[in-house]
Write a protein that binds this ligand. Sequence first.
Ligand SMILES: [Cu+2]
Length: 136
Amino acid sequence: MRPLLRAAALLLLAAAPVLTGCVSSFVAPGPEETTSPVVAPSEPSYPAPSPSPFTGTVTIRNFSFEPGDFTAAPGAVVTVTNTGTTAHSLTAQDGGFDTGPVAPGATATLTAPTQPGAYSYLCTFHHFMRGILTVA
Ligand SMILES: [Cu+2]
């Protein structure tokens, strides 16, 4: 009886660290695996929409420029389409570029400045219509 009890006690003592070791190694990777996939998909989708919505054409719609703020290469030709029901323009505040009046349904072009920088523009008919052309 006594040797059997001693053997059982030794088995329990020997098994205890193995069991706790198993439990801790199972628990530890758990939170890391669940947090990293949650962060990973949201990170690429966040910056993606902002950098390149501009495809060379600005659309005037509902008294606003879409996109209002856009980036063009130096000297690039930008097409401006007026889908509104009244005339608009896309005119640099410093006069560096100007579509002139664009009739409803019409399309005009402007040439971006050759000097890199941020150029604010407006509609000469509706001064609340504003945007920034960045040359880079
Ligand atoms: Cu306008």
